[in-house]
Ligand binder design. Structure first.
Ligand code: FE2
Length: 299
C-alpha cells in the first residue's frame, strides 16, 4: 500500500497540473472501501421515505434540481432519486435500486465517512496542493446503480462551487471498480487551461427557493473558445480504493450505467478557507438565503 500521508510527488503534481485529473490507486484500504460501501447501503436501507418529497437528482442545464429538500441538504444526510426511478409518481424498483445520491454532509455527520475524509492521507494531499486553510464541503455518495444510474453531462465543479480566487479540488473515491461499462468518469485532459468558466449554477435572485445557470462570458467570447470535443475525453477506469483528484475547471462527465454492476463513489470538495466563498453558490452551510460558510476545517 502506497503512503499518501506525505502528499503527492512532484511528478504527480505535474501530471495533475497538466491534465486536470489524477488517479491515485490504492488510496484507501480495502477495509475502508468495505466500511464506506456497507455504510452507504445501510443508510439507504434504513432511510425512512415517509414525507420524503421524492426529489430526483438531475444535473442537466435545463432541469437541475433546486428545491428546498436539495438546498437544505448541505448540513444533512439526504437522499436523491434517479430521474428514471418513477412511473406515475411511484417507484418502479425498491429504493435500494433507485437512489442517485446521498448528500451533502456525510463527512461531518457519519463517523465512517468522517474518518476517511479527515485522514492524514487527505491532509497530506491537500497540503501538497497548497491549501492553507482547507475546508471540506458537499460530501456525497454517488450510487450510479446498475441499469438506472443516469448520465452526468460534461461540467466543471467550479460551475457549482465558486470561490474568489478559484481554489477548489474534487476528491472522488471509487468504492467499487469503475469501468467504461458501469459509467466511469471521463474528462477532457488539459481543458482547465483552455476553457473559461462560462456559466455558473446559482441560487436565483439570492433566494433559497430555486437555482439556475447564469452565463459568465459573452456569446462572442464563447465563439473563440475551442469546441468541447467528445473525442478528446479520456476514461478513468480504476479499481475500488482509488482516489481521483478533479481540478475545479476541468471538464468531466460520466455515461449512464447500463451494466449489471453498480458504481458507488464517495466524493467531497476541498476549498481554500482564505478564498471568498460566493453567497450565490447553491451550497451554504448552514442552509440560508444570505450566505453562510460554516465549513469543516480539514487542518
Ligand atoms: Fe463534478
Amino acid at each position: 500500500m502506497v503512503s499518501y500521508a506525505n502528499g503527492l510527488t512532484q511528478a504527480q503534481l505535474d501530471q495533475f497540473d497538466q491534465d486536470g485529473c489524477l488517479c491515485l490507486p490504492d488510496f484507501i484500504t480495502p477495509e475502508e472501501v468495505k466500511t464506506l460501501l456497507d455504510k452507504s447501503k445501510q443508510l439507504i436501507h434504513e432511510f425512512d421515505m415517509t414525507n420524503h418529497p421524492l426529489t430526483k437528482f438531475s444535473t442537466d442545464t435545463d432541469n437541475h434540481v433546486g428545491n428546498d429538500y436539495f438546498l437544505d441538504s448541505s448540513d444533512k444526510i439526504s437522499f436523491f432519486f434517479e430521474n428514471d426511478a418513477f412511473e406515475d409518481g411511484k417507484l418502479t424498483k425498491p429504493k435500494e435500486k433507485s437512489i442517485n445520491k446521498i448528500g451533502h454532509a456525510l463527512h461531518c455527520l457519519d463517523p465512517d465517512f468522517e474518518k476517511v475524509s479527515f485522514s492524514d492521507k487527505v491532509k497530506g494531499v491537500s497540503k501538497s496542493l497548497q491549501f492553507k486553510d482547507p475546508r471540506i464541503l458537499q460530501s456525497m455518495v454517488i450510487c450510479k446503480l446498475e441499469e438506472i444510474g443516469g448520465e452526468v453531462p460534461s461540467h466543471t465543479d467550479s460551475q457549482f462551487l465558486y470561490t474568489k480566487p478559484l481554489e477548489l479540488c474534487g476528491f472522488w473515491f471509487a468504492l467499487e471498480d469503475c469501468t467504461i461499462a458501469n459509467g466511469c468518469l471521463s474528462y477532457n485532459p488539459g481543458s482547465h487551461k483552455r476553457f473559461p468558466v462560462a456559466k455558473r449554477f446559482v441560487k436565483v435572485d439570492k433566494g433559497k427557493k430555486g437555482c439556475g445557470f447564469i452565463d459568465l462570458v459573452s456569446k462572442e467570447e464563447l465563439e473563440n473558445v475551442p469546441k468541447d470535443n467528445p473525442d478528446d475525453y479520456k476514461y478513468v477506469e480504476c479499481k475500488a480504493g482509488s482516489l481521483v483528484l478533479i481540478h475545479h475547471s476541468v471538464l468531466h462527465k460520466s455515461n449512464p450505467n447500463t451494466s449489471q454492476n453498480s458504481r458507488f463513489a464517495y466524493v467531497f470538495h476541498v476549498i481554500e478557507g482564505e478564498a471568498e466563498y460566493d453567497p450565490l453558490n447553491w451550497l451554504q452551510v448552514p442552509p440560508c438565503e444570505d450566505g453562510a460558510t460554516e465549513f469543516s476545517k480539514l487542518y
